[in-house]
Design a protein around this ligand. Structure first.
Ligand SMILES: NC(=O)c1ccc[n+]([C@@H]2O[C@H](COP(=O)([O-])OP(=O)(O)OC[C@H]3O[C@@H](n4cnc5c(N)ncnc54)[C@H](OP(=O)(O)O)[C@@H]3O)[C@@H](O)[C@H]2O)c1
Length: 335
């Protein structure tokens, strides 16, 4: 395994800002979000992941306001490619500022034309109240812009000092190889959890061989893996979990059954469901960081217990057997 040479956050748990800003994730509690951000810094978290689309600018503004006066102490990972300022690009979904998916809202598109990337970068820097972004990632590929053009644009931003490292999200290893022809990649960000293992064998292993950081997102599958007792929470209308098949009653029961089967391992390492789920992700070969979706300090504290947990090879093999047996219970979904 090759150690990443790029500059990445020191703490292996990065705090994400999608759930924190509440957009599509149950509503925004500004003072709670600021308290969680402060607690993260107090506890040694240095990496914060955001994107323009989270709250249509709101998550970046929150980070910008929070980091005023000590921006240099934070490592900000931002993204580009999901836009709502133009009619160009591939339509992804409609949503309003509250996160409600409705036809009258903004049309969010996938678009990576170099001019659009430039526009996005300037808007992000303004909202972050910063003159640089530590890690700038392609959020989703638009399916049309040549990778050479995208990476050349990234290199230009880097030469101008506006971004420091280049990353990608939601890509195949073939696409990463195309990027690498033009520019070095510091990281790949993919969904990875006990029940979402697609990125484990391909992307994480590829990153390990190449010395590229691997940032795992949605480690709790939006909270499904946080509680052993199936919850009967009814989510609000704008919450993506309302219609997600992952949160059907039947699926919550399947997740609870899986967590029940994993209980002996949790007890051995003295971890809660959430901490165990994050620890398992951090033990996947090639994973360098996990992005926590904590909204509250208590959740963050649970998640941070995953740091430094080393699962033995024997335990990992046994857990692997359990996960493989239950794989068919959790077909791949897009939230
Ligand atoms: N690159 C991409 O395409 C992409 C996609 C998705 C996410 N991400 C990044 O990854 C970050 C994390 O993803 P995620 O929010 O989906 O993560 P997650 O950990 O799978 O889900 C977080 C949700 O789980 C619930 N939860 C219950 N116990 C928790 C605990 N101990 N810690 C944290 N959450 C707990 C919370 O819901 P309640 O509020 O209901 O308690 C919270 O909103 C995002 O903020 C974003 O930065 C990137």
């Amino acid at each position: 395994m090759k150690k990443p040479s790029a500059v990445l956050p020191i703490c292996p748990v990065i705090l994400g800002t999608w759930a924190l800003c509440g957009w599509m994730r149950g509503g925004f509690d500004r003072s709670e979000a600021l308290r969680t951000l402060s607690a993260a810094v107090d506890r040694g978290v240095d990496g914060f992941d955001t994107a323009p689309v989270y709250g249509l600018g709101a998550a970046e503004c929150l980070l910008g306001e929070f980091s005023r006066g000590f921006r240099h102490r934070l490592y900000i990972a931002d993204k580009c490619g999901m836009v709502w300022h133009t009619d160009a690009g591939k339509r992804a979904f409609y949503a309003d500022e509250n996160g409600t998916r409705r036809a009258g809202g903004h049309c969010v598109r996938l678009h990576l034309h170099p001019e659009s990337m430039r526009f996005e970068l300037e808007q992000s820097l303004r909202r972050l109240q910063s003159d640089y972004i530590d890690l700038y990632q392609i959020h989703w590929y638009d399916g049309v812009t040549p990778w050479d053009d995208i990476m050349e644009t990234m290199l230009r931003f880097r030469d101008e000092g506006k971004i420091r490292e280049i990353g990608v999200c939601n890509v195949s290893t073939e696409k990463m190889l195309r990027c690498l022809k033009t520019a070095p990649l510091a990281s790949d960000q993919e969904r990875l959890s006990l029940i979402d293992r697609k990125a484990e064998k391909n992307n994480a292993a590829f990153c390990a061989r190449r010395g590229i950081g691997f940032l795992a997102y949605s480690p709790l599958s939006f909270g499904l893996l946080a509680e052993e007792t199936p919850s009967d929470t009814v989510f609000g209308g704008s919450d993506v979990r309302t219609l997600s098949p992952r949160f059907s009653i039947e699926n919550r029961q399947k997740a609870a059954a899986l967590l029940g089967e994993l209980r002996p391992f949790r007890e051995k390492y003295a971890l809660s469901c959430a901490a165990f789920a994050l620890a398992w992700v951090l033990n996947v070969p090639g994973v360098t960081h996990v992005i926590s979706g904590a909204r509250r300090i208590g959740q963050l504290d649970e998640d941070l217990k995953a740091v430094g947990v080393r699962l033995t090879q024997t335990d990992r093999n046994q857990i692997d057997g359990i996960l493989k047996n239950r794989e068919k219970d959790f077909p791949s979904v897009r939230h």
